[in-house]
Ligand binder design. Structure first.
Ligand code: HEC
Ligand code: HEC
Length: 294
């Protein structure tokens, strides 16, 4: 009997040891990943700001950036949990004084911050699809936004957060790791309710709804599934009006209220009618992809 107990004790001891070793390993893996750098040579762009560019830039920033960086662009906390860590969508005001144009191209198109640090969450996989004109417009406008609010801290994870990061529990959090950094600028489609412009704008949706828009699980374990937007999903029977009303009000045709913390409809509601129409035309033109999850 004693002998059996002894072996059970040793077994438990070994198990505990293995678990601790794995946690320590993951902790160090998570720590080094958060400070990992990457060198990318960005495309050169000479920023020019005329009235049309500034207006276009402001429009795009309100529709595509304010949901994370806050309405006045001074930043918001994504994660502020002492047990896991702190991650802010950075304060992006006053960048004209703090960053070079090249640094802004790297941050927006490539998800790479000053010193080559890979930015977390910043969805550059969407913004690498900007045309040269639109990237110019966004940067030109950002540079006119005067500095407001406090400096936001760089991301920092507590040991538990580092273990969760290394174990893949947050999903893919470094867009710089999976972007094709050699992509050229996209052509600028005509800005009207047409399919090409809809496809162009739909790149703002892929980071959550999946590269082919057929739906994707949230990076946040508590976040709702981002549904299939192709004709193979729940929007198959919607009208254009249903779609536009859903984006404008956050309430879908079944009277379901979309969670604004996970589906940034308040920002996308800033798209013009013709822009939402263009997205709808594109969604309707897509192949019907069916997925098990909706
Ligand atoms: C899904 C949320 C999200 C959206 C949408 C988003 N960002 Fe970010 N962005 C972040 C986060 C988070 C960081 C900070 C990441 C870090 O420090 O590792 C960041 C960082 C940045 C930085 C680097 C700031 C610095 O100090 O150099 C710039 C510039 C930036 N974003 C611009 C934009 C622009 C322009 C848009 C819209 C076209 C945009 N972001 C949309 C989340 C987002
Ligand atoms: C930051 C992540 C994110 C982005 C970016 C995003 N979505 Fe969503 N979307 C979601 C999530 C999550 C839901 C489900 C919300 C819920 O269940 O409360 C959703 C729901 C929707 C719905 C409602 C579907 C239904 O069946 O009721 C539509 C329509 C939609 N999104 C369209 C878009 C379009 C168009 C874009 C791009 C312009 C976009 N989304 C960008 C995360 C996102």
């Amino acid at each position: 009997m004693r002998k059996v107990l002894k072996w059970v004790g040793i077994g438990i001891g070994v198990l505990v040891g293995v678990v601790i070793a794995a946690a320590v390993l993951l902790y160090f893996m998570g720590g080094t990943r958060l400070s990992k750098t990457r060198q990318v040579q960005p495309l050169a762009i000479a920023i020019h700001n005329d009235e049309a560019a500034l207006a276009r830039g402001e429009h795009l920033v309100k529709a595509a950036c304010a949901s994370c960086h806050s309405d006045d662009l001074s930043g918001t906390a994504f994660l502020a949990d002492p047990a896991i860590g702190t991650i802010y969508a950075a304060n992006i005001t006053g960048l004209g004084e703090r960053r070079t144009d090249e640094e802004l191209v790297l941050a927006i198109r490539h998800g790479i911050g000053p010193g080559g640090r890979q930015l977390v969450i910043m969805p550059s996989e969407s913004f690498i699809h900007f045309s040269e004109e639109d990237l110019n417009a966004v940067i030109a406008y950002l540079k006119t936004v005067p500095r407001t609010g406090e400096d936001t801290p760089e991301p920092k994870l507590a040991p538990l957060g580092q273990i969760m990061l290394a174990a893949g529990m947050f999903g893919q959090v470094f867009p710089a790791e999976y972007i094709d950094h050699d992509q050229p600028f996209n052509e600028m489609p005509e800005i009207s309710a047409n399919r090409e412009y809809g496809e162009y704008l739909s790149r703002f949706c892929t980071s959550c709804h999946g590269e082919d828009l057929s739906g994707k699980a949230s990076g946040d374990p508590n976040g709702p599934f981002a549904p299939n937007l192709t004709p193979g999903g729940g929007l198959a029977n919607w009208t254009e009006d249903d779609f536009i009303q859903t984006i404008r009000t956050g309430v879908n045709p079944y009277n379901y209220h979309l969670d604004p913390d996970f589906m940034p409809w308040k920002s996308f509601a800033k798209f013009e009618d013709e822009e939402l129409q263009a997205i709808w035309i594109y969604l309707k033109s897509m192949p019907a992809i069916t997925t098990e999850l909706e």
